[in-house]
Design a protein around this ligand. Structure first.
Ligand SMILES: *Cc1c(COP(=O)(O)O)cnc(C)c1O
Length: 367
C-alpha cells in the first residue's frame, strides 16, 4: 500500500536529534514558556522574514488570537465582517465566528483554489475590517491584488499559512505578506510537531504584544491581567521538536516539489485535471490536488491499486450543519470543486518507485 503521508517515516529520519531535543527539555526542569519557545520564536520569525513570532497551542488558536487582538486593540468590534475564501478548511471560518465576527464567503479562482481577488470588492461594505486569505494546498495567493484592495479600504490582511510553510511570493516568505499570519504545526502539516502546536507571525509590535498577553491569560506581567485572555501556549517540548524539524523544512519542500514535478509531467490522463503551478517556489505542495468528474470511481480504483488518497474537502463550509446560517448561500464554484477534488499521495519520504506506481495507476484509469 502506498501511504498518503507516512508520518512515522518522516519523523524517523530525525529520530536521534528529536530524542536529544526531548532529553534537553526533560533535563531542563522548565516546561512552559522557556528557552525552547523563545528560541523557536526567534528562529521562525527569522525564517518567515518577520519581526515577531508568538508560539500558541495550535493553528486555529493562532487565527482566533489575531482577530481577538484586533478587537482588544479597537481595530474591529463584534459584528464586523471578515472576507474569507468559501472553499477553505473550516478552521479559517471558525476563527472568525468564534470572535463574534461575520465570515463573508467569497468564491475562489477555480484554477488556483485561492481567493479570487476580482470578486472581493463587491463584498466590501462599511462593516468590513479584514481579508483572511488562505494559501490553500500550499500555493501562495495573489497578494499584490489583495494588499492593493485592502489598502484602498483600510482593511487588515491576515494570512492563513497552515498549509504553506516556506512558500515564496516575489522573494518574500508567507507569514510576512500581510499584517499578521497564523501557522499550524499539526503533525501532518509541512512543518509538523509531534502533537498540537501553532504560531502567529507579524511585524506589528502592538499586535505581537497583545497576542503575547492574550495567549497567557491576558497577562503581560505575572499575576497582572490586561485582558480576559486564554491559555494557548506552545509548550517547550513541541518547540524543541519544531526547532529540529525547521532545519529540514526547505529540503523536504524540495522533495515535495520534485514529486509534484513528476506528477505534472508524467500524468497524461485527459480525464484528470492537474493543479496549476508556475514551477517556482510559490507552491510548497502540502497537497497535490487533482480534479476528475468521476471522483468516487477514481478513488475506488486507486484503492484497488494500493494507493491511498484523501479528499480535501468533501463538504464546503456553507453546507456544514455547524453553519446553518449559510445554508441559503449559492457558491457554485466552491460546490463544484468539492465534488471533483481528490489528493494524491505526496510526501517528502516517497520513493521514486512509489511515484512511478501512482503515475502508472492514474494513467491507467479510464471511465
Ligand atoms: C490545519 C489548518 C488549520 C488549523 O490548524 P490546527 O493546528 O489543526 O488547529 C487552519 N487552517 C488551515 C487552512 C488548515 O489546513
Amino acid at each position: 500500500m502506498i501511504d498518503f503521508l507516512n508520518l512515522k517515516l518522516i519523523n524517523q529520519q530525525y529520530r536521534e536529534e528529536l530524542i536529544a531535543a526531548a532529553t534537553r527539555v526533560i533535563d531542563s526542569g522548565w516546561y512552559i514558556l522557556g528557552n525552547e519557545v523563545a528560541q523557536f520564536e526567534q528562529e521562525f520569525a527569522c525564517y518567515c522574514q518577520t519581526e515577531y513570532c508568538l508560539g500558541v497551542a495550535n493553528g486555529l488558536d493562532a487565527l482566533i488570537l489575531i482577530l481577538r487582538a484586533y478587537i482588544e486593540m479597537g481595530v474591529m468590534v463584534e459584528g464586523d465582517e471578515v472576507i474569507v475564501p468559501a472553499n477553505t478548511y473550516i478552521a479559517s471560518i471558525l476563527a472568525i465566528s468564534e470572535n463574534g465576527l461575520k465570515p463573508v464567503l467569497v468564491e475562489p479562482d477555480p484554477t488556483t483554489y485561492n481567493l479570487n481577488p476580482a470578486l472581493i470588492e463587491q463584498h466590501i461594505n462599511g462593516r468590513t475590517r479584514a481579508i483572511l486569505t488562505v494559501h490553500l494546498y500550499g500555493q501562495v495567493t495573489g497578494m499584490d491584488e489583495i494588499n492593493t484592495i485592502a489598502g484602498r479600504y483600510g482593511l487588515k490582511v491576515i494570512e492563513d499559512c497552515a498549509q504553506a510553510h516556506g512558500a515564496l511570493y516575489q522573494g518574500r516568505k508567507v507569514g510576512s505578506l500581510g499584517d499578521a499570519a497564523g501557522f499550524s504545526f499539526y503533525p501532518g502539516k509541512n512543518l509538523g510537531a509531534l502533537g498540537d502546536a501553532g504560531a502567529v507571525t507579524t511585524s506589528d509590535p502592538q499586535l505581537a504584544k497583545t497576542i503575547k498577553a492574550l495567549r497567557n491569560y491576558g497577562s503581560h506581567e505575572k499575576y497582572k491581567n490586561l485582558y480576559q485572555g486564554v491559555n494557548s501556549r506552545l509548550d517547550e517540548m513541541q518547540a524543541a521538536m519544531l526547532r529540529v524539524k525547521l532545519h529540514y523544512l526547505d529540503s523536504e519542500t524540495e522533495r515535495r516539489r520534485a514529486v509534484a514535478r513528476r506528477y505534472r509531467t508524467e500524468i497524461i490522463n485527459p480525464t484528470i485535471r492537474l493543479p496549476e503551478w508556475a514551477g517556482d517556489e510559490s507552491h510548497v505542495f502540502h497537497l497535490f490536488v487533482v480534479q476528475t468528474d468521476n471522483r468516487n470511481q477514481f478513488q475506488g480504483y486507486l484503492t484497488d491499486h494500493g494507493i491511498n488518497t484523501v479528499i480535501h474537502y468533501p463538504v464546503p463550509p456553507h453546507k456544514q450543519t455547524a453553519y446553518e446560517c449559510f445554508s441559503g448561500l449559492s457558491l457554485p464554484v466552491s460546490e463544484a470543486m468539492h465534488q471533483h477534488v481528490i489528493s494524491l499521495p505526496i510526501d517528502p519520504t516517497m520513493s521514486e518507485s512509489a511515484v512511478d506506481a501512482v503515475i502508472a495507476a492514474v494513467n491507467g484509469f479510464n471511465v
